[in-house]
Structures are given as C-alpha cells and as structure tokens.
Design a protein around this ligand. Sequence first.
Ligand SMILES: Nc1ncnc2c1ncn2[C@@H]1O[C@H](COP(=O)(O)OP(=O)(O)OP(=O)(O)O)[C@@H](O)[C@H]1O
Ligand SMILES: [Mg+2]
Length: 264
Amino acid sequence: MTAQPIVQFSQASFAYNGHTALEDLTLDLHEGEFVGVIGPNGSGKTTLLKALLGLMHPVSGALQIFDCACQALRCEHRARIGYLPQKEKTDPNYPITIWEVAMMGRYGSLGLIKRPSKADREIVLDALDSVDMADLKDHPFGHLSGGEQQRVLIARALAQRPEILLLDEPTTGIDATTQRRLVELICKVHQAYRLTIVLVTHDINMISSIAETILLLKTKLYAKGPPAEILTKDVLSPVYGEEVIIAKRDQKPYIILSDEHHHA
Ligand SMILES: Nc1ncnc2c1ncn2[C@@H]1O[C@H](COP(=O)(O)OP(=O)(O)OP(=O)(O)O)[C@@H](O)[C@H]1O
Ligand SMILES: [Mg+2]
C-alpha cells in the first residue's frame, strides 16, 4: 500500500499505573480499512481504542493520529473519530430521548453553547434513519432494548460524520437476528461513507467474515493479517490455548474456542 497511513503506532506501550496493558505495538491503519480486533479478556483491546481516541498516551514509543502526535490531539481531531463504547447498563429512567442521544454526536463540532443548526438536525435525522430508528426519535432511550440502544449509539457515532469509527463489542449481549442486522448495518456504513473501522469483538467467526484485516492481541500484537491467515491453529493457539478447534462450515473455517465447546 502506498497511501500514507492515518494512524501509526511505533513501538508504543500503554500502561495503567505501571501495569502494562499493551506492549511494543507497531501498526499502521489506512483510510477505508476495516480492522477486526480479537483477543481474550484483558488482552488490551479496549485500551487500543482508548489510545486511538487520544485518551491514553504511550509510556514509550509513539502514536501518530491523522497528522499529529496523539499528545497533541485536539477536540477538532477527536470530532473526526466516532466511538461506540463497550456496553454498560443504562439507567432506564434517565430522562433522555433517542433524538437527544444521537444529537450528542454533533457536540464535537458544535461546541457547548451553540444551538444545533438545521444542517445538524438533518445530519442527526439521516443517521437515525440509517439505523432504522428515526420513527422512534422522541421515545425515551432507556425504554429501548439492548439491540435498539446499540443502533442509536451507532447513529450517534455516525452523526459525528467521523473518518474513523471505533466499535467496542457492538454485538455482545444481543440476540442472533439483531446481531446479524447490526453487522449488515456496520458493513453498509463502511461502504457508504468509506469509513475506517476498528471493531473489537470476541466473535471470531463474525469478524472474519466482514473485516479485511484481523489483529490478534494479548498484551502484544501476536498477529495481523487477512482472516484466512489468522484463522489457523498455529496462529490462534499461542493466544487461546491448544483447545482451539478449527471446524468447517459452508466450506469456510469455523473457530470453536475452548470456553465455548464446554458449553456446546
Ligand atoms: N481503568 C483501568 N485501570 C487499571 N487497569 C486497567 C484499566 N482498564 C483496563 N485495565 C487493565 O488493562 C488490561 C487490558 O484491559 P482492556 O480493558 O484493554 O482489555 P480488553 O481486551 O478490552 O478486555 P475485555 O475483553 O474483557 O473487554 C487488563 O489487565 C485490565 O485489567
Ligand atoms: Mg474491552
């Protein structure tokens, strides 16, 4: 690839109070790339996204986001990065409508005092429409199901009109049909907006059917490559253990991790 990367980690390490969460990461992300991030609990996936938001600076090495060092990232840069946080329980009684949640996506470019313009309102409506939630816009956010809330939060991130979209386990805790619809939606916005997407998930099979590049993390970057290169026992076992089973489904590799096949 010849184009200049939009994100560049160079031997970057990240830590919480001296406890290393990501070590010696060297990695380029390119415009329009769809990257899936996998790895066990505590492997540094969410930390990677916090670094990409400019919220955590490397304790050694460097991280360049767009054309500046992450330490110099300003609010107008951050407005170009959309983020869907790892799911937290929302208080069902918190008095905020779907419309108001999605409008938060505009705050980065609005500033705190300015009122949303007609153009801002159109962008928000368009974002809600693309996730099929425009009809419910005046309903309380807390009354929605988990899958519907995820869709609204994706709309909030899209309303930012970001160049990079970071998604932290967007399909966790959601039924299979809704998961499939969310995945379709993510693929649709990837293509429609030529977004660079970084999606963190535990669902190896789902991500390998949609991402162009997979990152395998466990504090260090164990592997990076197209799904077909990552979905092998040799690559996955050092991270997930010898219990990894590579089965076949519709002529494609289907991964079963040890914690899953005990339940199966
Ligand atoms: N706010 C924090 N303070 C201290 N340590 C933290 C904090 N957040 C994460 N860590 C530690 O950093 C490491 C990486 O955490 P991270 O949240 O990035 O993992 P993860 O891959 O996202 O895990 P999961 O799959 O459970 O979401 C873990 O050892 C974790 O305990
Ligand atoms: Mg996480």
